[in-house]
Design a protein. Sequence first.
Length: 406
Amino acid sequence: MLAPYRLGFFLALVQLTAASVWWALVQAGRAGGLPGPSLALPPALVHAVAMVYGFMPLFFAGFLFTALPKWLRVAPWPAAALRPALLLQALGGLLWLLGAHAGVPLALAGALLAALGLAWMALLLWRLIRRSRAPDTLHPRAVGLALVWGVLCLLGVALGVAAGDADLARASVLSGLWGCMVVVFVTMAHRMVPFFTSPAMPFVHGRHAFWLLWLMWGVAALEVLAVGVEGAGLAPAWARAWQVLRAVLEGAAGLALCWVARAWALAQSLRNRMMAMLHIGFLWLGAALLLAGAGQALALVPGAPALGLGALHALTMGCLGSLLLAMVTRVAGGHSGRALAAERLAWPLFWCLQAATLLRIAASVPSRLSAGLLLAAALCWAAALAWWAVRLGGWCGRLRPDGRPG
């Protein structure tokens, strides 16, 4: 309770470990042909909601309520003011996982509690924004709007679960992923990453570089639109035209983002491990869009191989997972007086995460090896993130070794 990042990160690490281990056990049971406990909800839906809403907003809280007050030039909230909102989200996330086995009412209660906690967190953020007299509040306002969208989408998940409409629940969680989680990540990355690279990268620095932010926001808006368009059920001719348009737009955006990532890598020495992790995480965003565009194009060709969920996991595991590991470790290590230990901890785990991502993408292509690759990806992810959670969780619960506050 000494600082917002301690409370937010600790609760997020608990949620991340629970969701990751649960999914690894589900995959182990499937691969081994073992009878698992009965599920009241589709396991893929449980997994999606747990991975999108279970821990990411809590990590956001730890970061936002540490950094945003400085950007807004306002007094920060004490950790005690954040406690109800964050505890509601943490309790809701755990109830969601339990409800997957115990019954729909418990899962629904978990989703509603998490939505209430996220709405409370968004309100606290908007109160900071309203108090600010800083000349530039674009990034905080974008984050605030994204959190509001995230609340609405989580309520959509709850509505889908209550009505027994799995399609509505899946569409809502996918819309929340792109419209809330991705928007928050890219907005914060746009604010932070050019800070490190701007001396050698004038074309991505300053107000004239807002094209990059608008490009990433545009991609998120496109994907949210795609969820709605495809859920509406288009006529065959219109559906084919939409696939072509989506393939072109996703491919073009992916190429542009990969070009920016390559330019960053050439301009900035990647011997700085934290910088390298941020760059690789950003590169995964471009790769995810290229995979998505390729998937749309292949779907137009009869008999072409399907790419399945590869693009989605390139985004979630590769991009968001890499950025999360890098940014959270940097904040936790720096604010707890363990910057060097943070780098030593994050680097090998980062490459375990990359291996898990590649395994999951390979598993998305239908083959005899898919089940084994999926299990390997789940186990690799769970092992790396559980070890990371134990180490960072310990830092959150200990005083700084240098005796300074924070």
